[in-house]
Design a binder for this molecule. Structure first.
Ligand SMILES: CC(=O)/C=C/C=C(C)/C=C/C1=C(C)CCCC1(C)C
Ligand SMILES: CC(/C=C/C=O)=C\C=C\C=O
Ligand SMILES: [Fe+2]
Length: 571
């Protein structure tokens, strides 16, 4: 398959399903807002055919065999606002794989002539892979958050992003009140981190600001509107990674005023979160950053990381080394265990210092009488080293020269006793050299959420590197890892989809999107069990790196939402 795409100056005519127009019918090239001619009405991806600078420079230097990463497609803004088309597939997509994988991530890192600083600042780009009877329709779409829409209109940043603060006059021009620059109104709603399917079918994109919860149409990727929480729980931020199943949505709301966390739960069909309980922080001066957290069958695990939110840094205009956070080793690290049913804290232990974005899973360990004796919680742990945040600055990601600069990481396993002991343990769940001492962006078989499990999928490292560059299957029982690697390519989070009816934990496929050194990108399917490639399909343009995804299973006999709507509203 693999058509040679960016080779000439001619236009590359794509298959008829694609769309490159914005709502006004004009093709949009990033933020330039340039109107592109569409005289013949042909469905043409102008962006895919215009040779882009990075496609010319991103070549292998024959002498050094080192790729110029300045314009690596992983860290280059997506060149157009939306696209959809069928991809040629090399290999075999399993016929049982029917549904849509949607991945979210910060895919646009410039506005006007201004270039963003940090990976997490970029405006949200959704990428979809729709699998149906062995065929693959792909697409992408920018999320129409207020932050993105305002930036596009004003050609300036108008809201506070992860590391960016708008100039007061940008913000004034848009919102109109200086008093609000330091209030919740100035915070971004750029939902660029994850995407979840709620039990009621709504698909919601998320980031760490509560206002950045945005409902999308999983078929078209269109922005439907804000997900408004109808409770009065308040607060401005939440964990970027709620626990979402068909039955519930659980998340943590950090309390920055009276340091602690509210543990809250929402039912399918509802927009109202109800409080399960509250954890008071044991360390000072503020809650630890809580990007994610795990649950077990009976407990919610609340990590209190010594990397804490920092009120002063929240207000600063210029980025500080740790952005909105500060490292407080003296105030130590803790893990709290809350009973889901009663909201009572059943354990609150001090643990060794740790730094993590992502918990992998957690489960309960029982004695022979079935009594829970401990909770095991696994995470991608950065050896208590905060420099990983700095490594994710775009300048650093784009300046790889072959030196091994990625800090070491491991599968950190917390062992939290439930017998009243004051301390918990943190150790590597397997020898980190198994996965090149790189470890982040993980998934598991969702059937094992909160239960004892054997396999995790994540990005590891083939060194030297400056960013995790392998897909890794971790066997926590045999303490072994299998690694997939494509030189100079950047793979995104390996996402496990179970085969319907499977009984083995690793019976399924692993989906990832690979940003290639030559400016291209491809969707990759690995067998969940053997971890061998089973199919790949090249995009007709470069797709940048992205973060987290979700799977929307097509049920047998299911009719699409659009068809149902058309049937219920006959003209
Ligand atoms: C993409 C990712 O993993 C994290 C994104 C985090 C964001 C956008 C955090 C934003 C924040 C603000 C804009 C101000 C308040 C603090 C904080 C939640 C860090
Ligand atoms: C890309 C990333 C965190 C993303 C948050 O959602 C972490 C990468 C860590 C590298 O080792
Ligand atoms: Fe994340």
């Amino acid at each position: 398959m693999a058509s040679i795409i960016f080779s000439g100056t001619g236009r590359y005519v794509l298959k008829p399903m694609m769309m490159v127009s914005n709502n006004s019918g004009h093709k949009v090239d990033g933020f330039s807002g340039k109107k592109q001619g569409n005289r013949d009405g042909a469905v043409v991806a102008n962006v895919a055919t215009t040779p882009r600078d990075h496609l010319q420079v991103s070549t292998i230097d024959q002498k050094q065999q080192v790729v110029d990463w300045t314009n690596h497609v992983a860290w280059t803004s997506i060149p157009h606002e939306r696209w959809e088309g069928e991809l040629d597939v090399q290999g075999q997509i399993p016929l049982w794989l029917n549904g849509t994988y949607i991945r979210n991530g910060p895919g646009l890192w410039n506005v006007g002539n201004y270039n963003f600083r940090h990976l997490f600042d970029g405006y949200a780009t959704l990428v979809k892979l729709h699998f149906s009877n062995g065929k693959l329709i792909a697409g992408h779409r920018q999320i129409e958050s207020d932050a993105y829409t305002a930036a596009k209109k004003n050609k300036k940043i108008c809201y506070r992003e992860f590391s960016e603060v708008p100039k007061p006059d940008n913000f004034l021009a848009y919102i109109g009140e200086i008093a609000t620059l330091f209030s919740g109104a100035s915070l971004t709603d750029n939902a660029n981190t994850g995407v979840v399917k709620l039990g009621d079918g709504r698909v919601v994109c998320l980031t760490e600001t509560q206002k950045g919860s945005i409902v999308i149409d999983p078929e078209t990727l269109d922005t439907i509107g804000k997900f408004e929480y109808s409770d009065n729980l308040g607060g401005l931020i939440h964990s970027a990674h709620p626990i979402v199943t068909d039955e519930e949505f659980i998340t943590l709301l950090p309390d920055l005023i009276n340091p602690g966390y509210l543990v809250v739960r929402m039912d399918p069909g509802s927009n109202e979160r109800r409080v399960i309980g509250r954890v008071d922080c044991r360390g000072k001066p503020s809650p630890g950053w809580v990007h994610s957290f795990p649950v077990t069958e009976h407990y919610v695990i609340v990590p209190e990381m010594p990397l804490r939110y920092c009120a002063q840094n929240l207000l600063k205009a210029e980025p500080t080394p740790l952005y909105k956070f500060q490292w407080h080793p003296d105030s130590r690290g803790f893990v709290h265990v809350m009973c889901r049913a009663s909201g009572q804290i059943v354990a609150s232990v001090e643990v060794p210092l740790f730094v993590t974005f992502h918990f992998i899973n957690a489960y309960e360990e029982k004695d022979e009488d079935g009594r829970v004796t401990a909770v095991i919680a696994d995470c991608c742990e950065h050896n208590a080293d905060t420099t990983i945040l700095e490594k994710l600055r775009l300048q650093n990601l784009r300046s790889f020269t072959g030196e091994d600069v990625l800090p070491d990481a491991r599968v950190g396993r917390f062992i939290i006793p439930l017998d009243g002991s004051p301390h918990g343990k943190l150790e590597a769940a397997l020898e980190p050299d198994e996965h090149g001492r790189g470890m982040d962006m993980c998934s598991i078989n969702p059937a094992n959420l909160g239960k004892k499990y054997r396999y995790a999928y994540a990005c590891g490292a083939q060194r030297p590197c400056n960013f995790p560059n392998t897909l890794t299957k971790i066997d926590l029982e045999d303490k072994k890892a299998k690694n997939w690697y494509d030189k100079d390519a950047v793979p995104s989070e390996p996402f496990f989809v179970a085969r319907p009816g499977a009984t083995e934990e690793d019976d399924g496929v692993v989906i990832s999107i690979i940003s290639e050194k030559n400016g291209g990108a491809y969707a990759l399917l690995l067998d969940g069990s053997t971890f061998e490639e089973i199919a790949r399909a090249k995009f007709p343009y470069g797709v940048p790196y992205g973060l987290h995804g979700c799977w929307i299973q097509k049920l047998p006999g299911e009719t699409s939402l659009k068809v149902l709507l058309l049937q219920s509203c006959p003209r």
